[in-house]
Design a protein around this ligand. Sequence first.
Ligand SMILES: Cc1cc2nc3c(=O)[nH]c(=O)nc-3n(C[C@H](O)[C@H](O)[C@H](O)COP(=O)(O)OP(=O)(O)OC[C@H]3O[C@@H](n4cnc5c(N)ncnc54)[C@H](O)[C@@H]3O)c2cc1C
Length: 375
Amino acid sequence: MNTQKKQVPIAVLGGGVIGLAIAFELAKRKHKVTVIEKGLCGGQATGAAAGMLAPYSEIGEDPDDFFSMCHESLLLYPEWQADVKEVSELDFEYNTSGSLHAVFHEADELALETRLQWQKGWQVQSEIVKGQALRHLEPHLTDDVIAAMYYPGEHHVYSPDYVVALKEACLRLGVGIIENAGAVSFADIRQDGVAIATEQQGNIDADTCIVATGAWTSEYEEALQIRLPIYPIRGQICAFEQGMEEVKHMVFSSQGYVLSKRNGSIVCGASEDVAGFDTSVTDKGINRLLKWSHKLFPFTEIMEPFHKWAGLRPATQDGYPLIGRLGHCPSIIVSSGHYRNGILLSPRNARLVADIYENKPAGLDMNLFNPVRFS
Ligand SMILES: Cc1cc2nc3c(=O)[nH]c(=O)nc-3n(C[C@H](O)[C@H](O)[C@H](O)COP(=O)(O)OP(=O)(O)OC[C@H]3O[C@@H](n4cnc5c(N)ncnc54)[C@H](O)[C@@H]3O)c2cc1C
């Protein structure tokens, strides 16, 4: 155990995609940042994610400021990912395949029409494809799919490599990264700073602390004196080795998705179960994924997944993340609860939090994300 006490201007708790992206953005703006991670960076939800940047497939109705944030984040990705690659000098897959949201029944086509209408207002590139046009786009998709919404603008990254590059980019910009810190608690919270106690890596005083601890954030309810209803929703996911047949797009159905990665795997996800902080996979969870991948792509019926894994999405009570500075403890900024969209949201969220740190206008209605809205 390191007993030396450090003093830093900004400490970010949590080295997932949210914490690292914030650190990267702040470092680009010339701020001195230290990330404190209780285990390994990217070792939780971030490393488990499918990496889809798919707001139009994910959010089917009621566009609001959350949709706006997701939409803006997708548009930031080409520049953001190029920046991470340039600074880190590491490559990771950024795949501009586009996506298909497939439906099996005529009644579901109506829902696609409704989406098409409101998404036009957001200049989303989308079209309903059927028959030959659909088979041309995705030759091995089952004939049982009667139509699909095609979103050429939805993309995906390979999350495990993205987070490695993000960490390296942070290091190269001078961000301090402390991993394997063990339990991390607040020894003292003042108006103008915090004292952070770590189990394994000594104590750290910071002028500002950004809490980006994903599904574990509710541990700080008592210390921060607010309700933080963020809880883990397990996502089980698996991968096949790609054979002769390929999956060209991210293909969504109402019950799951299938997509190919550059490393030769076909990823099939993901369950949503409540299992506390347990990240094991279950036969029930994986079999359900397999059933839906067989329904979409019958060629997968003879395949066995070579890799099965799970991660904990940080879900919130109302589905929106908690982002903002705490009025009663201005030395604390919270940025947690990005649930199914943390990889997608990483660039826009990072800019938002950096703007909050610099007391700049957020450019979004922040009421929806107010971190004290449950208190
Ligand atoms: C199966 C699956 C598929 C997904 N697919 C997608 C997708 O396609 N697209 C998408 O956008 N999102 C997807 N997600 C969601 C996405 O992974 C999350 O929204 C995102 O990773 C959340 O990032 P985070 O940094 O908040 O959390 P995490 O990655 O969980 O990071 C939080 C970090 O904080 C650390 N920590 C916890 N407590 C403390 C503490 N007290 N002090 C210091 N460190 C602490 C943890 O060890 C962890 O490393 C998926 C998730 C899963 C599980």
